[in-house]
Design a binder for this molecule. Structure first.
Ligand SMILES: [Fe+2]
Length: 275
């Protein structure tokens, strides 16, 4: 089965894979192909960077990818291979450093559709309250839209339908492209995002089609077939297809001296089974 047929009501998708077991990498890669994501439980209290390196090597992800947005002088502070995500009043990044919720998005707002295939979020410390990571199987929802309302779906394939712009105060840059596309192997890929970075172009398709498409997706992202909330425990890593689903997070509360802490790594490659 492929992610387009996945049903997130089936609890199997959420079952963590014990990374110390034989064949764990293969099970993770197959789970990611089937559901768009998998959770790995890593051993002991390894350094986050060591844990991420072991996991990404086992999944044959290659070197971490630095998004196009972070290759400017003004944003170079965010260009590390592994990015700390935790509240920090001294940092002005709108996503990494606040305890606010995050609406649906894909990582890499300037990168072309399909470029960043994999995101890993490694949990060092969970939030005191809230802070679940949210997943939306947007390619599966798109496939349903395409069956029900082909004209609306076609508008989301237009290369002028979705502009995303940086909301980092230091820099004004943006990129335009389709919200969904079909890659060279015939699989759906996406940069569907629905947050403050987006400007939608209603002229990208026949009148009314964009509004119908967005209404469909905004309903689908609350449909339990397509939406999942995951609470990561310390030492767990969520690996997901950034080119096949959208993600977000619930707002959270920290306890003093014990901030929620995730470490993120991005990869241009998709996970490959190695055993
Ligand atoms: Fe993200």
């Amino acid at each position: 089965m492929h992610q387009v047929q996945a049903d997130y009501r089936m609890p199997r998708a959420e079952q963590p894979v014990d990374f110390t077991e034989r064949g764990a990498a293969g099970r993770l890669a197959r789970g990611i192909e089937e559901h768009g994501f998998a959770v790995a439980t890593l051993a002991g209290a390894a350094e986050p960077s060591a844990a991420l390196t072991v996991l990404s090597t086992a999944l044959r992800l290659g070197d971490p990818y630095v998004p196009a947005l972070y290759r400017y002088a003004e944003t170079r502070d965010y260009a590390a291979s592994y990015t700390d995500i935790r509240s920090n009043p001294n940092d002005r990044h709108p996503g990494f450093s606040t305890t606010a919720g995050q609406a649906w998005h894909v990582d890499g707002l300037l990168d072309e559709i399909g470029r960043i295939k994999t995101t890993i979020l490694y949990c060092v410390r969970a939030a005191h309250r809230g802070g679940d990571t949210l997943l939306f199987n947007s390619v599966a929802a798109f496939a349903e839209l395409r069956a029900q309302d082909p004209a609306a779906a076609r508008t989301l394939l237009s290369p002028t339908v979705l502009n995303r712009r940086s909301t980092i105060p230091a820099i004004e840059v943006s990129a335009t492209g389709p919200a969904f596309s079909v890659d060279e192997t015939g699989n759906l890929i996406t940069r569907y995002t629905d947050n403050e970075t987006c400007t939608w172009n209603p002229d990208a398709g026949p009148p009314g089609t964009l509004a119908r498409a967005l209404a469909f997706l905004r309903a689908a992202c609350d449909d339990p077939r397509y939406r999942l909330a995951l609470r990561l425990a310390p030492g767990q890593a969520l690996v997901f297809r950034n080119d096949r689903l959208a993600h977000g997070r619930q707002p959270y509360e920290d306890r003093p001296g014990a901030r929620r802490h995730l470490v993120r790594a991005l990869f241009a490659n998709a996970p490959a089974a190695s055993g």
